[in-house]
Ligand binder design. Structure first.
Ligand code: F6P
Length: 325
């Protein structure tokens, strides 16, 4: 335990998120500033399992702070779900002589860290997913950029749907979580939003009734946001059109929301979190994750993050409805 830390690995895993590159840059440069060696691991856990690595210099992370995606590439790794894959990954970690592995990713990536920790790998996590749905931290890298992309799309759809007096149904990302949907609906001025956390209290009939009511009070177009996890976006648009007679178009933003130049908010969090992740390694911390809570960055035990539960406050939904009359 008192071995001097000299060498760390860094990888990005799971769905890419704008700001991952800013985090890689911060990790590499903070580590190099502390005389550590940094090994960049390509394609997430797959690259660790297959030994796809590259020693990182300061110049390797030049001109990337402004780029979406991840220069280290990423993957969802089915092999990391197997004991054999986990053992292979841990063995490469040992062969490389790493003192810590910095993982930049979402909850699936954190589950991978948890398994690797059982084989003696010291994992330090940086939360990065456009979905915001990670426990123990109020912010995850990529969320702000994804929401701004969604809001921008809603602005544009507002132009065309108001010109044609149509209804626009917009599907945003978020298979299991409605944070993106809520933020896009609120900031884009949508009238209604459907998202997984409210599944039990929502249905398409209510959405259609709301559209009819809003038209009767003088609204001439409608914007409805649907989270990916709800599905059936085209069918909802078809139903709205056939029941109300209002011309309705469906737009699925899909992976458009994962790309793009990261916003200042994402670059800021990514830079700070990358810095604190390396600082944690220097302090000899083991298996911890960087979090942002109540305006401050803090470290939390990886295991503790699994026992925490993040819940979307349904008041946001009520407020969106209140503001849409
Ligand atoms: O990374 C999060 C996310 O973009 C979710 O919003 C979405 O449900 C999922 O990833 C899509 O994953 P994939 O790119 O593997 O299809």
């Amino acid at each position: 335990m008192d071995k001097k830390i000299k060498k760390i690995g860094v990888l990005t895993s799971g769905g890419d998120a704008p700001g991952m590159n800013a985090a890689i840059r911060a990790v590499v440069r903070t580590a190099l500033s502390s005389q550590m060696e940094v090994i960049g691991i390509r394609k997430g856990y797959n690259g660790l399992i297959n030994g796809e690595i590259k020693e990182m210099s300061s110049r390797d992370v030049s001109n990337i702070i402004n780029l979406g995606g991840t220069v280290l590439h990423t993957a969802r790794s089915p092999e990391m779900l197997t004991i054999e894959g986990q053992k292979k990954a841990a063995a490469i970690y040992d062969i490389l002589g790493l003192d810590a592995l910095i993982v930049i990713g979402g909850d699936g990536s954190y589950r991978g860290m948890r398994e690797l920790a059982k084989f003696g790998v010291n994992c330090i996590g940086i939360p990065a997913t456009i979905d915001l749905d990670m426990n123990g931290t109020e912010y995850t890298i990529g969320f702000d950029t994804a929401v701004n992309t969604g809001m921008d799309a809603l602005n544009k759809l507002r132009d065309t749907s108001s010109s044609h007096e149509r209804c626009s149904v917009v599907e945003v990302m978020g298979r299991n979580a409605g944070y993106i949907a809520i933020w896009c609906a609120m900031t884009g001025g949508a009238e209604d939003v459907m998202f997984p956390e409210a599944k039990d209290i929502q249905d398409s009939k209510k959405v259609i009734q709301q559209i009819i009511t809003n038209r009767s009070t003088g609204k001439r177009h409608n914007l409805i946001v649907v989270a990916e996890g709800i599905g059936g976006t085209q069918k909802l648009a078809d139903d709205i059109q056939s029941i109300t007679g209002i011309q309705t178009r469906a737009t699925i933003l899909g992976h458009l929301q994962r790309g793009g130049t990261p916003t200042a908010t994402d670059r800021m969090h990514a830079s700070m979190m990358g810095y604190y992740a390396v600082k944690a390694v220097l302090e000899g911390r083991q298996n911890q994750v960087v979090c942002f809570n109540r305006g401050r960055y803090e470290m939390l035990d990886l295991e503790a993050s699994f026992s925490m539960q993040k819940t979307l406050d349904l008041e946001y939904y009520d407020i969106i409805k209140t503001l849409s009359i």
